[in-house]
Design a protein. Structure first.
Ligand SMILES: Cc1ncc(COP(=O)(O)O)c(C=O)c1O
Length: 463
């Protein structure tokens, strides 16, 4: 164990980061002149400045200084087959020569849609957008249109993108009463959003029922990620999703699953894995083969409303310049065709291996932490207690002070590109070799940082 103090350790982490990433710093300073903060996506921005990546191949990326990383970010799950997958590239190359978007309906859309519908048990028909944000926004709009009700019940910690309804209570109420207070996530979101969006803690059916009862007859949809992907990768308790299905039926409201991330849990999403069918599903990320995409779908009689006819007042007008564009469609078809049962088993078992290895490292360092997750997604948690909702995750995260920030930077120094929030995302080109390397570097990082942890967050040391 190092004899350094906590301060010396974080100074060393930062010094090595600065030394390795001189060109990134130059790029950042240039970018700052034209982009506030030098970036355009908060989720991948961190201090002292973000590493600028230059290129990727398979499960590896290289930054502008030539440093190599194993890519455990995978663009937050959209790159399920890693970078420059040969089949995806060939499909895109061939399509590029025919035109990237022809401004007409294309047979490729029906081909892509058939794959989604064949795979996803509750989905008979889909429509496309260009992001997961659009997918959830339109699924909500569909639910409101069909039910004639305006209210939405969502869950603390569930991330559904950046539209107004989605930006409620992603970060949980840190001091909840019997039920959490819905809160607006940042500036610029109309306060009136809170008239229609109500929240409950994840994994708590009693709380969900209380909220549904309180607003009985007014709620268009219950919107949930099947697991909290963006906030701790927290699994649903056994029976929780089925319980939500039953509650939605009991209170005559629609159930929407946001499977933008959880779709990778099986060939047909978490709904197929758990055998719980929502009324509507939002999709994104992997279904675009690495290109911008969103889709929403559900039962035929709900989706039929999108067969727009101005003379039919119950039909819904949905449009978007790049919806179902040819490049995304061919990339998505190529990507999903090779995302078969074997691919799912492969990444999910690597996820298990990663969690086992990292938890053994945590135990060997005598720390009250854990790495939890679902299938191919895992997250560091700063407590050894059970974490089943966003509140528990956030309290542990806050209690660990700046540990996650420095741990993330040290993993970068050691050639692991992970999400700054402590998430590890596995892609199909990875093998046990990359997982074992990750576990080794994670172990080395904890060992190196232990004196810092004992100074900054002594409650994380086993007594
Ligand atoms: C579960 C979930 N829903 C929706 C979104 C929004 O997708 P996008 O960033 O493509 O708008 C995300 C993005 O991370 C997500 O994880």
């Amino acid at each position: 164990m190092s004899s350094w103090t906590g301060t010396e350790i974080i100074e060393d982490i930062e010094a090595r980061y600065l030394e390795r990433t001189g060109k990134s710093r130059e790029f950042h300073e240039r970018a700052e002149q034209y982009l506030p903060g030098g970036e355009t996506r908060e989720s991948i921005s961190y201090k002292p400045y973000t590493t600028f990546m230059d290129h990727g191949q398979g499960c590896r990326v290289w930054d502008v200084d030539g440093n190599e990383y194993v890519d455990f970010l995978g663009n937050f799950t959209s790159l399920v087959h890693g970078h420059c997958d040969a089949d995806v590239m060939e499909a895109v190359r061939a399509q590029t020569e025919k035109g990237c978007i022809l401004g007409s309906t294309s047979a490729l859309q029906a081909e892509h849609a058939k794959i989604l519908c064949d795979r996803t048990p509750s989905v008979d028909m889909v429509r496309y957008g260009n992001s997961g944000t659009e997918a959830t926004q339109w699924a909500i709009r569909a639910a409101r249109a069909v039910t004639g009700k305006d209210m939405l019940l969502k869950f603390e910690g569930c991330y559904h993108g950046t539209h107004d309804d989605a930006k409620v209570s992603v970060v949980p109420d840190l001091d909840p009463g019997e039920l959490p207070e819905p809160q607006l996530e940042g500036l610029g979101i109309p306060k009136s959003t809170l008239q229609d969006v109500v929240v409950a803690p994840f994994n708590d059916l009693d709380a969900a029922e209380k909220v549904l009862k309180m607003h009985e007859g007014k709620i268009a949809a219950v919107l949930a990620e099947p697991f909290l992907a963006s906030l701790g990768v927290i699994a649903p308790k056994p029976g929780y999703l089925k319980g939500l299905r039953d509650l939605a039926d009991k209170y005559d409201t629609l159930l929407i699953f946001d499977e933008v991330q959880s779709f990778r849990m099986s060939t047909g999403g978490y709904q197929k894995h758990e055998n719980v069918m929502p009324d509507l599903t939002a999709l994104g990320k992997l279904i675009g083969g690495g290109y911008p995409v969103g889709a929403f779908g559900g039962r035929r009689e709900l989706m039929d409303r999108f067969d727009y006819d101005p003379t039919r007042p119950d039909s819904i007008n949905h449009s978007g310049t790049f919806n179902g564009n040819e490049i995304t469609m061919v990339a998505g078809i190529a990507s999903m065709n090779k995302f078969d049962e074997e691919a799912v088993r492969h990444i999910n078992s690597l996820g298990e291996r990663l969690r086992e290895g990292c938890n053994a490292a945590i135990r060997s360092q005598g720390l009250k932490m854990q790495v939890i997750g679902v299938g191919s997604l895992s997250n560091i948690i700063y407590t050894d207690q059970e974490v089943s909702n966003a509140h528990a995750f956030a309290m542990a995260y806050i209690g660990a002070m700046e540990l996650q920030k420095w741990l993330h930077l040290e993993l970068m120094n050691r050639g692991l590109y992970t999400a700054k929030r402590g998430e590890f995302i596995i892609s199909t080109p990875m093998s046990e070799q990359e997982i074992d390397r990750c576990v080794d570097e994670f172990t080395g990082t904890l060992e190196f940082m232990r004196p810092y942890i004992s100074a900054a967050a002594p409650h994380l040391l086993v007594d």
